[in-house]
Structure formats: C-alpha cells, structure tokens
Design a protein around this ligand. Structure first.
Ligand code: G3H
Ligand code: 13P
Ligand code: ZN
Length: 349
C-alpha cells in the first residue's frame, strides 16, 4: 500500500471506535519493529518523526526507509507523520519530502519552548492547514501545552501548567480546520510524568471528556502517552541503569480516552525504555560481545513486543484490511470539494 494520510486512518478509527498508536522513530530498526508488530497484529499504523529524528537520521534516509516499509508490507495502511513541527517552514519541508501528515505544534513559539498566544497558534496552524490540505496532507494542531522537555522541545514544567480550555479548543478547531487536535490534560513527554500512579487530580480525564462532549466528531490526540511500565524500568536498573521511580499514563486511562474521542495515541518513551533495557542486558551479561547485531536484534524484538501490545490495547489490531488507501491526490480533491469535512461539529455547553 502507498503511504496513506493520517486523516484516513483516523476517520476509519472513529468508525471502528478504536485508537491508533503513533510511534516515534529515528532509525531503521525502530521502523522494522513497528512494521513487524503491525503485521503480527494486522494493524494500521502511524510512524512519526520529530525534528530531532529528522536531524539525527537525515530526511532522505528516513523517507526511503518509510518507502521500504510501505513496499515490504503492502497489506498495512501506513502514514508518515511529522511530530511537533515548530513552524510553517518545518511543516512545508516535511510535506515536500513526502510526509503524509504533519503536526503544527503552534502551542509553543518556533523556539519550541515558550508558550505561544492563542492568536499566534491559530495564525500559524491555519497557514499550515491551507498549504497542507491543498496538497492532500492532513494536519494535527495542539491547544494547551504539555509538560516536560524532550531533546530540547517542550515548555518544561508540570503537565498541569497549561491544560486545555474546552472553549478555546472549540474556537481553535473552528478557526483552523485541523484534522485532529492534540490536547493537554496533565501528561508530559519523557519518562518522568507522575510521582505516583496518577489520579484525576493530575491526569485530567474529566477535561478530555468535557472537550469531547463539545467537539464530538473531532479526532483527539493524546501526547505523552507512554505508560512507563515498571518491568521495563526494572530491566534498565537491573543492568546498571539509574532510572528514578516514576509513573506513566495507565493503559486503562488511554482506553477511557479512546472511548471519548481519542483516535491517535503518541508513544515514544516506552519503546526507548524497551530498547535500552535489552541492550543493557546483553552488554552486562556478555561483555565480550561487540557485534552490534548481538544487541540490536534483542532491542528490536523488545520494541516489537511493546508496540504489538499497545496495538492490541488501543484496539487497532485486526483493522489493517478494513479499507483500501485513498491516494493523496484524491485527499486533496476531497478537501477542495468538501467531502472531507474540516468544519467541526460543535455541541452546546
Ligand atoms: O515529542 C516527543 C517525542 O518523544 C520525540 O522526542 O524530540 O527527542 O525526538 P525527540
Ligand atoms: P511519550 O514521551 O510519553 O512516549 O510521548 C511521546 C509523544 O507524545 C510524542 O509526540
Ligand atoms: Zn508529543
């Protein structure tokens, strides 16, 4: 199957009442792990690359690895998504390269650190939406700001500093016409999200439900959705790592989100933990080894296991063969003639 638009994947997920994991990648082994997990579970999938990943791997390597994935797994609907684009130019370059969807994270200024004003966010996001839709590419916007910092990206601080206001979410969706909307409900990027199992005082699922009630047809996106499982933390620490005790987002809370309009679930940290634990174990137990394949194979297998489990938990498993790809050119036609709706349905308060 050619690379498909994230909008198509999320529209299908809404019809089927499930969520789609969006997994971050930086290299070939991570792409291989995700594709094998998708094959194993017969899942549609979103693979996403951040600015940091694009710089690390270089655009052309990344793009051609994604084409290889699409070629090798013709049965799997696969979207290639830009994670946390910081400016119009970053989104434009991703679209020119061949990404099939982009996130314009206008919740932060282009420095990727300072919270932007609502007006700045609307202006840059709308500019990206106009440019992208003309080319059949779908757009994710963000309203509210997540906590934490990953690779220099993020406002830092707690996930509760800038949670999403439901009225602003409605206004933002109406003014921009985004295909999906990332909201801030107390989560953060990275491993250190919560200091104990989160309850409603720190993980605002009630806020997510309130936003979904106002925007019942808008595809919501949960960032910072790694669960940071204790067993993966323990493996790292057992083999010489020094992670502090920490909690992520429990899978059952993500499943509650999926029942309430969440269609895209962003996961990076859990895979990083799985890879690091597997590599540490090999190097610790067999320090004489030096062939990278000796530790990259178990690392890739450990990531595949996490991804396959999340695909099953998010409900996307079994749905790869539900539909055939709409070409990006036909998506562009759909945006133009209005069959792809961009005006959100808004319910009264
Ligand atoms: O949004 C954060 C993702 O985990 C990507 O992280 O910017 O370090 O590649 P990164
Ligand atoms: P985690 O750090 O929780 O995996 O979040 C990833 C993410 O939101 C990528 O955009
Ligand atoms: Zn994110």
């Amino acid at each position: 199957m050619p690379l498909v638009s994230t909008r198509q994947l999320l529209d299908e997920a809404a019809k089927g009442g499930y969520g789609v994991g969006a997994f971050n990648v930086n290299d070939m082994e991570q792409i291989q792990a995700i594709m094998e997990a998708a094959k194993e579970t017969n899942s549609p999938v979103i693979i996403q690359a951040s600015r940091g990943a694009r710089a690390f791997a270089q655009d052309n390597y990344l793009y051609h690895l994604m084409l290889a994935a699409a070629e090798l797994y013709p049965q799997i609907p696969l979207a290639m998504h830009l994670d946390h684009g910081n400016s119009f130019e970053t989104c434009e370059s991703a679209i020119k390269l061949g990404f099939t969807s982009v996130m314009m994270d206008g919740s932060l200024k282009p420095d990727g650190k300072t919270p932007a004003t609502f007006e700045e966010n609307v202006a840059v996001t709308k500019k990206v939406v106009d440019y992208a839709h003309e080319r059949g590419i779908s757009v994710e916007g963000e309203i509210g700001v997540l906590g934490g910092i990953e690779d220099g990206h993020g406002a830092g601080g707690s996930g509760l500093d800038h949670v999403t206001d439901p009225d602003q979410a409605v206004e933002f969706a109406e003014l921009t016409g985004v295909d999906s909307l990332a909201i801030a409900i107390g989560t953060s990027h990275g491993a250190y999200k919560f200091t104990k199992k989160p309850d409603g005082s720190v993980l605002k699922m009630d806020l997510l439900i309130a936003i979904h009630k106002r925007l019942p047809n808008t595809h919501l996106v949960m960032h910072g959705s790694s669960s940071v499982p204790k067993d993966l933390q323990d493996i790292i620490n057992q083999y010489g790592g020094k992670l502090k005790e920490t909690w992520g987002v429990p899978v059952e809370e993500i499943q509650l989100g999926i029942k309430n309009g969440v269609r895209k679930v962003n996961v990076d940290t859990d895979n990083r933990l799985a890879i690091t634990g597997a590599i540490r174990k090999v190097l610790w137990e067999t320090p004489e080894k030096f062939d990278p394949r000796d530790y990259m194979k178990p690392a890739r297998a450990a990531m595949q296991k996490v991804v396959a489990l999340r695909m099953t938990q998010f409900g996307q498993a079994g749905h790869a063969s539900d539909y055939t790809a709409i070409s990006i050119a036909d998506m562009a036609k759909g945006y133009k003639n209005g069959t792809l709706v961009t005006k959100p349905l808004v319910a009264a308060k």
